[in-house]
Design a protein around this ligand. Sequence first.
Ligand code: MG
Length: 300
Amino acid sequence: MTRPEVRIYEVGPRDGLQAEATIVSTEAKLAFIHMLAAAGLREIETTSLVSPKAIPQMADADELLKQLVRRPGVRYPVLVPNARGLERAIAAEVDAICLITAATNGYVQHNIGMSIDESLAAFEPIAAEARRRGWWIRAYISTAFGCPYEGRVDERAVVSVAERLLRMGVDELSISDTLGVAAPLDVARVLSALDGAGIGAEVIALHLHDTRGTALANVMAALELGVRCFDSSAGGTGGSPYAPGSAGNLATEDLVYLLDRQGVRSGVNLDGILAAARFIATQLGGEVGSRVGRAGAWPQ
Ligand code: MG
């Protein structure tokens, strides 16, 4: 197979499901993850090693990682929120982790009860240990375009957090439109500010929510600007539980459809994603809500 031009980073099993009130069985989550890998996804964020009290949907994280059959060539990152999560990640023998902070103090405070500074200080030893073990590290910068508590976000706030995360040894930054408010000009503004600080597109992923219907337009803008990694969720699940008013993540099938039509190789099979999206929608007791999920692929 020719080398993909764009990486699609699947967030459905973690970011998608954590927002859903219906608890999905471990068996069904594993089946979902296997379907996603079979559809050609090479990066699947698998679960969160968060306290089960904070997010009951992720209470089976350790068990899920124990049972997960890792497909060669697929990366299965897990979210590590704190030192306890790191211990669990070590026990589960993971090799890729994610950290989450934000560009705004209001959001981090509501999300994890810390300031940005406190969150970065807490991540420092986690990142150091992950680096020592040779793990791949990704960090999310939530609310990079808008915050439910602080409103508009200045691009300099994003740059400042990005610089500090990269100094920690993070491999990739996922610049996140948690609220789904960004338009292409905002994407250009933030990417240009990052570029101005020496942070190039090669370390950047874009995490888009389609709350206001701008996600795919933002993908097009970011492609023009050299971004080659996009986060998405099969079925479009995953409004942030901490961001009132946010709708789901950009749906993987909507993203794959656009890339296919544009002739941009992702290595991901649309029919396979649609099957996975339908499977998880059934588990959640509903139907696939994404555009391509409803309308189907074309040509058939
Ligand atoms: Mg999300």
